[in-house]
Design a protein around this ligand. Structure first.
Ligand SMILES: [Zn+2]
Length: 301
């Protein structure tokens, strides 16, 4: 096992402040190095954090596309410069190389604590399985969505998002901070146990696979004309089927889910996704058998 350094990013979205607090609370000298693994802490988007907004020019967590050639851009985009800086500093070929990136986020949706992974990299599955095994966290697997790419953790050989909610933007909540602290403080022990064969991965992983997103009902001008239905609000991770209510519009008309497949909505009413025209995303549940190859690849990091 050659995992020497884990990058812990908080404040990738500047108005998600609880992870920044958690990291500051955790980050004392004796905590920097444990089990032979060093944590590197960085605020993803420090200027947006100072201003209390999600981003300055563009969403940092969509700015890590490999083909982002910022020299060709007429105007510099702060987040693309910042993404390049982070990779130059802490990427696997950077000046302080980190093998794993953990990106800490909060959501205004009632998701509890969850893991978000992008694509099906074996190393990510291994790390997700470790965390699901320890904490029973649900896993949201984001893949095949051309409208949303360039996520931070994809720029590292292995990486996951930890997403905790519900909490308002720019609002400190000790319960939310505590959940981040628990994960940060036990992550290296779990990796160490795996290395020393003290734990095995579970036989199966439960994964919620991204299928698409649903916009709010809109009027002719394109303005939102409907609320998330009272039976749907805060019901993240709960299965719905054809005929279940999604929205209620100004006329009192209930907009129902019309698909044939059973789906599991997530990020219901996430405030930050309004600008992306997303009222909620939806997933299908998949059981994935854990493979020995996941551990082998993880150990070869
Ligand atoms: Zn975020």
């Amino acid at each position: 096992m050659t995992i020497q350094r884990i990058l812990i990013v908080s404040g990738t979205h500047g108005n998600e402040i609880n992870p920044i607090w958690a990291v500051n609370q955790f980050n004392s000298k004796e905590n920097t190095n444990k089990k032979g693994i060093e944590y590197k802490f960085i605020i993803g988007n420090p200027i947006a954090y100072q201003k209390g907004c999600r981003y300055i020019d563009a969403d940092l967590n969509r700015s890590f596309n490999e083909n982002n050639n910022y020299h060709q851009q007429k105007k510099s985009i702060y987040e693309i410069d910042r993404a390049n800086f982070l990779v130059d500093q802490f990427g696997i070929n950077g000046s302080q190389p980190c093998q794993i990136a953990i990106d800490l986020h909060t959501t205004t949706a009632n998701m509890g604590t969850s893991i978000v992974m992008y694509g099906r990299r074996f190393k990510d599955f291994c790390l997700a399985a470790l965390l699901q095994n320890k904490f029973g966290l649900p896993i949201y697997l984001h893949e095949k969505d051309q409208a949303q790419t360039g996520f931070l953790v994809e720029a590292w050989p292995c990486g996951l998002v930890i997403e905790v909610g519900a909490v308002a933007q720019n609002f400190y909540d000790p319960k939310i901070i505590n959940r981040f602290l628990i994960i940060i403080s036990s992550l290296r022990e779990e990796i160490d146990k795996l290395k020393n064969n003290l734990i095995e991965l579970p036989k199966e992983l439960v994964v919620y696979v991204h299928q698409g997103s649903i916009d709010y009902p809109r009027d002719k001008k394109g303005d939102i004309d409907g609320l998330i239905h009272p039976k749907r609000i805060n019901q993240d991770w709960k299965m719905i089927k054809k005929g279940d209510p999604l929205f209620i519009d100004r006329q009192g008309i209930i907009h129902k889910y019309d698909g044939d497949q059973e789906i599991w909505p997530v990020f219901i009413g996430e405030v930050a996704y309004k600008e992306k025209k997303i009222a909620m995303s939806y997933t299908k549940k998949e059981l994935i058998c854990c493979k020995n190859e996941w551990v082998k690849e993880f150990e070869s990091l």
